[in-house]
Design a protein around this ligand. Structure first.
Ligand code: 2DT
Ligand code: MG
Length: 216
C-alpha cells in the first residue's frame, strides 16, 4: 500500500491595500476550493494571537511604540513561527490561503521612508520562508478605496501611507514571479470568478512546479 504519495497542497497568497476586499475574497476562495474537494486552511498575517502577534497588535492599535526595524523583524518572526507548520500542512495535502504575507511585510515597512529601511533591506528576513505558488494582488485605485469607506483607526490607515504602499507594491511585484494582478475595482462576484480562474490554473501546474519552494 501507499505507492502513491499524497499530492501536496498549494500555498496561495492574497495581497492588496486596505479596502481591496482581501478577506471577503479569501473566504469565497476557501468555500470554492472546499466545494471542489480540497482540504483548505485560511490563515492571515499578522497572526495577532501569538505572543509576537500580541506585540504587533498593540503596535498597530497605537497602544505601544516600536522602533521601525524592530517591529519589521517582529512581523517577519510572526511568519517564521508558523513556517514549519505551513510546510507540513502543504506536504500533507492541505491548500493554504494566506491573507497578507511577506509582500505586505516589505512594503509597509519600506513605506515609512526610514533612510536605513529600504525595500531591499525589508525583504531580507523573508528569504527562506515558504514561497507562494501564486500571489494574487487585489489592485484598487485610491478613488475606489475612498468610495468603499473611510480609513480605520489603526496605524498605517491614512492616505499618505496608502499611496506610498501602492507605489511600493508595484515596484516589488515588477521583480516577483508568480504574481497575478487582479482588478479589484469590479464586483465581488466578478473578482471572485477571476481569482477562481487564476487559482485553478495554478493548481493545474502544481505537478510541474514540484515541491513547495522557498522565497529568495
Ligand atoms: P490587517 O489590516 O490585514 O490586519 O493588517 N503589515 C502586515 C505590516 O506592516 N507588515 C506585515 O508583515 C504584515 C503581514 C499591513 C494590519 C496592518 O499590518 C501591516 C496592515
Ligand atoms: Mg487593516
Amino acid at each position: 500500500a501507499g505507492h502513491e504519495s499524497t499530492r501536496r497542497g498549494a500555498l496561495i497568497v492574497v495581497e492588496g491595500l486596505d479596502r481591496a476586499g482581501k478577506s471577503s475574497q479569501c473566504e469565497k476562495l476557501r468555500d470554492y476550493l472546499s466545494e471542489q474537494g480540497h482540504t483548505v486552511k485560511y490563515i492571515r498575517f499578522p497572526d495577532r494571537t501569538t505572543p509576537i502577534g500580541k506585540l504587533i497588535d498593540s503596535y498597530l492599535r497605537g497602544s505601544t511604540d516600536q522602533e521601525d526595524h524592530s517591529i519589521h523583524l517582529l512581523f517577519s518572526a510572526n511568519r517564521w513561527e508558523v513556517a514549519k507548520s505551513i510546510q507540513e500542512d502543504i506536504a500533507n495535502g492541505s491548500t493554504i490561503i494566506v491573507d497578507r504575507y511577506s509582500y505586505s511585510g516589505a512594503v509597509y515597512s519600506a513605506a515609512k521612508a526610514n533612510p536605513t529601511l529600504s525595500l531591499e533591506w525589508a525583504w531580507q528576513p523573508e528569504i527562506g520562508l515558504p514561497r507562494p505558488d501564486i500571489c494574487l494582488f487585489l489592485n484598487i485605485s485610491a478613488e475606489e478605496a475612498a468610495k468603499r469607506g473611510g480609513f480605520g483607526a489603526e496605524r498605517y490607515e491614512n492616505e499618505a501611507m496608502q499611496s506610498r504602499v501602492r507605489d511600493l507594491f508595484r515596484t516589488l511585484f515588477e521583480r516577483q514571479e508568480d504574481v497575478s494582478i487582479i482588478d479589484a475595482g469590479k464586483s465581488l462576484e466578478d473578482v471572485s470568478k477571476e481569482i477562481q480562474i487564476v487559482v485553478s490554473e495554478c493548481l493545474g501546474r502544481l505537478d510541474a512546479i514540484g515541491p513547495l519552494r522557498t522565497l529568495g
